[in-house]
Design a protein around this ligand. Sequence first.
Ligand SMILES: [Zn+2]
Ligand SMILES: [Zn+2]
Ligand SMILES: [Zn+2]
Length: 482
Amino acid sequence: MAALHEGACALPAPAGCRVVPVPNKGYGMFTDMAYEAGKQVFMDEPVFLMQHTGNRRVVAACAHCCAFIGSLQHQLDVIFSESRFASIRSEFCGLCQQWQTDPFFHEVASALASNSVVRCVQGCGEVYCSEACRAAHFAHSHNLLCTGPIDREDHPLLRFKYHSLEHADTLLLAAQVLAHLINRAKASGGGVDVTRNLMSELLRFCHAPFRDACRAPPGRGKDADFFQHTDCLINEAAALLKAALEIHAPSETAALFEAGPAFFSEVLGLFEYNNIDVEVASPMGRIFLARAQALLSISQTPAATAELALLERLFREKEWVMKCVWGEETTGIYGDDVGPEAADFDMAMGGDVEDIEKFDAQVATTAMEKARIEVGKMTFEQLIQAPWPSLHGTALFASVARINHSCAPNLKVEFPMNSARLSAIALAPISPGSELCISYIGQGESVKVRRTKLLEYGFVCNCERCLQEDSSDVRKAQKRLK
Ligand SMILES: [Zn+2]
Ligand SMILES: [Zn+2]
Ligand SMILES: [Zn+2]
């Protein structure tokens, strides 16, 4: 979202585009070129990026670029990490070894970014697709946020991480921002003033304190209780992060927290307005589809029949896991209301021991059995076509953050590669001098619902489509009154 900026200095823009002031909207992005529908307008890399914590339960991805990493076996070990899947895991392990002598294996190997997983040298458990990504992540912010060297439970960094995992994982992304600013400040001499300059540079993106920018909980307004809870959460997170960072960078940290938790809160609010969902498709589906089709097309030897049977068992198990865990936690996309079943599954599959004890286990068992029956009804064809879990994360892109909303957008964003590199695609012919617009929300809703949703971004939408639909609504109402 591109509103409310101070100062009209030149802002960076992708090649062929310009970021310029727009009346009532702050800034907007315009193009100087012509594009046909379906053509790529620009590509961009994220400034800050994070895989959702819940998504880590089903996808092993590079902590720096979000590429799927490791071998096929490695990805399956993540999806089937629970002990109840031990038998299917070991059966498939045997098949993977068989594939190593098969030409098909080369496709398997090349379809995933790399067969080796590069780990953080300090032993924190973070994983990467390459040495280059490991080094880049360390230099960006991980040097200050790595828990590898920590040996005491009450260290503020560990407590900050637990606090974030318990309450909101975007707190981890905000920590990344602060650590990155410290690194950049130190690279240009360090100190309070340098840090303050970098802070105000970042705040040239639309921002507000978190309590104002965040969504109200489903079915509830922002009442006094809500504000108290939110403030408490932010204050505690900010205090822990400050304690963790000042060990390494006392003067830069002093600048970041000179107004208490205010800057930290503005950064979280900035994410609320500007971040977009990142979704990278799994390469797994394509690999298994190709293998299953190859097996189906050859004459049915006993070995081929046995392998198909194993694949079918594997696909059914995967569908069951997906039905049980796939939802708001694994996608990071929170709907307006939570289906009771989704919450039940989540508790049963991923909740910690205490939660499960508190939870009515019978409800979860029933829900999981129901999922078993549904999966049992799927045909082999449906099973091989069903998607594998995609990577879900959230990211700030400097380009997209400058693009205004329209309910009839001329641009959409995609993640066509095995990484969080973004591709912006023209949805309609674009002529030179046009403003580029994306839709911040789903487009199927009525003008009334769209406007309500867009209020969360701090504006009333008066795009051409809204004005048109609004006036036809008024005409219909006038007709009814006659
Ligand atoms: Zn990477
Ligand atoms: Zn580390
Ligand atoms: Zn609109």
